[in-house]
Design a protein around this ligand. Structure first.
Ligand code: NAD
Length: 261
């Protein structure tokens, strides 16, 4: 057995014992669905300047520039389909190993795969809000205005205010309800599984440490090492579309073996 196989085996053993597991996912779980992450070569930061494109102050000062970027990446996000890694997490939830998924992603792919309990701490592309009257609209309204009618920036039909996708921009606070839910899960979890995050964005990169301090075992699955690997019980490097389904198959085989004894 290779070193990576034995680590995957170890991770599967831990997950198979989880009763209140929590997964934290990042952009790396969706790259195999065709959505670039931020920091890998060819990722979004190679294409856009995050300071000019993704901060709240720039959105307010120049919504046209923000929407030019949104028109580039929006169709990819909206047409992407869940991959094998998203589906593997659905199985863990259905088997009772996962209480919920905390995701930094805005792409809605966990829900589209079938996960029920998802805390979107960086928001979601599926909704937008009028920055003046605060009415909430589904993403279809944005698509119709920005993509079909080329109304840039799109405005609220009720009051003429600027519409903003419900995604957290740099310089903006995180949605309190999602953060409260995520923190409660982390404090109560027995296993904390990170999948596809560089763990460089604060405060999310503190969550593995918080989970560890509350007694959880921590597993990190990623293509490359992260600055938080030192707190992990197991780190497995590899592509999530391959390693997560393998991990879940192992979890299933452990359960079957237990049921047979
Ligand atoms: P990140 O870009 O900082 O890190 C992604 C990590 O995933 C990297 O370490 C990379 O090596 C790894 N990775 C890439 N493909 C992988 C694969 N197939 N298998 C395993 N690992 C893989 O992303 P982050 O940590 O999520 O944080 C950055 C921010 O990016 C978040 O705030 C998030 O909101 C935003 N974002 C979201 C999306 C999305 O919704 N899909 C896409 C891009 C950026």
């Amino acid at each position: 057995m290779s070193d990576e196989d034995s680590k995957l085996n170890q991770a599967a053993r831990i997950v198979s014992e989880a009763r209140r597991g929590v997964a934290l996912t990042g952009a790396g779980i969706s790259t195999e669905s065709g959505i670039p992450d931020f920091r890998s070569p060819g990722g979004l930061w190679d294409q856009f300047n995050p300071v000019s494109a993704g901060t709240l102050s720039r959105f307010e000062a120049s919504p046209e520039a923000f929407y030019q970027m949104a028109l580039e990446v929006g169709p990819t996000l909206l047409s992407a389909r869940p991959n094998a890694a998203h589906k593997a997490l659905v199985k863990l939830e259905r088997r009772g190993h996962l209480t919920g998924i905390i995701t930094q992603n805005i792409d809605n792919l966990h829900q589209r795969a079938g996960s029920r309990s998802v805390a979107e701490i960086h928001g979601s592309i599926m909704e937008c809000t009028c920055t003046r009257c605060q009415i909430l609209f589904p993403v279809d309204v944005l698509v119709e205005k920005a993509l079909v009618k080329k109304e840039i920036p799109p405005r609220c039909d009720e009051c003429g205010g600027l519409l903003k996708p419900n995604v957290v921009l740099f310089g903006e606070g995180l949605p309190p309800a999602a953060v409260d839910r995520a923190e409660r899960w982390v404090r109560e979890c027995d296993v904390f599984l990170v999948a596809g995050s560089s763990l460089t964005v604060s405060p999310v990169n503190m969550l593995p440490v918080l989970a560890k301090n509350h007694g959880a075992r921590v597993i990190i699955l990623n293509l490359e090492p992260t600055p938080v690997d030192r707190v992990a019980d197991v780190v497995v490097l590899g592509k999530l579309g391959t390693i997560l389904p393998r991990l879940v198959a192992q979890v299933e085989s452990f359960s079957t073996a237990r049921a047979g004894t």
